[in-house]
Write a protein that binds this ligand. Structure first.
Ligand code: SF4
Length: 225
């Protein structure tokens, strides 16, 4: 077994021990439309503002046709607490129009179709596939990328798409969501871009990131990969 595969298995086990298990596939019945729009709302904004905007919007409109009926002014007012609310309102209007025109009002479950919707990039598409359609996809955001690189699971210079492909090859399909949510949480709580809390981190024993303080550096990590 390769060093990376073995390390991934140990990481999965510690993520489960520390953060608990994820709901099993099929236990949750998320609404794909709300998942997609919620994800667009949450781009480049604080979580609590995204939740507030999503609650206000979904109280007023739950389906693409309802959102379009609101009109641009009302939509912007409902999500005004967000950063980039003008741009997001344009994206949401464009998404609703495309869903109605091309997909009978439903959210498509193919990555390439999701990626053609306004404001939908790889991360948003993968979140929708994973959380709305229970597909084994890892959504790479800044936290997932940073954690994966520092743990030596992917190469330092890897682009997000390469991080995704490498992680999805290392993680068993049924564990993708555990790793996805676990890395995001780890990135917020411990593996912060500046001043990571390596000494308190529960993955400390598996990590040889230079700031981790055990004297091992990137060369050691490369040798182990
Ligand atoms: S030990 Fe430090 S660098 Fe490694 S995963 Fe934990 S916080 Fe990140």
């Amino acid at each position: 077994m390769s060093g990376r595969l073995q390390r991934m298995q140990q990481i999965i086990s510690l993520l489960r021990e520390h953060y608990g298990d994820e709901p099993r596939q099929g236990d949750e019945k998320p609404d794909p439309f709300k998942t997609l729009i919620g994800c667009v709302l949450s781009q480049r904004t604080r979580d609590r503002n995204a939740v507030k905007a999503a609650e206000a919007l979904f109280k007023a409109a739950e389906r693409p046709e309802d959102v379009l009926r609101l009109g641009g002014d009302r939509l912007r007012r409902l999500i005004r607490c967000l950063g980039f609310y003008n741009q997001k309102s344009r994206y949401i209007t464009g998404i609703c129009e495309a869903l109605l025109k091309e997909f009978g009002g439903r959210v498509p479950d193919k990555r390439e179709q999701l990626l053609k919707l306004p404001g939908v990039g790889p991360k948003t598409a993968d979140v929708v596939l994973s959380y709305a359609f229970n597909r084994p996809a890892i959504a790479v955001d800044v936290h997932v990328g940073t954690v994966a690189k520092r743990l030596g699971l992917v190469d330092d210079g890897a682009a997000p798409e390469a991080v995704k492909k490498t992680l999805e090859a290392l993680v068993p399909p049924e564990e993708c969501r555990l790793v996805d949510r676990g890395f995001v949480r780890l990135g917020k709580e411990y593996c912060r871009s500046r001043a990571p809390r390596c000494r308190e981190c529960f993955l400390n024993s598996l990590c040889d990131y230079p700031e981790h303080g055990r004297g091992e550096g990137r060369s050691a990590r490369t040798l182990r990969a």
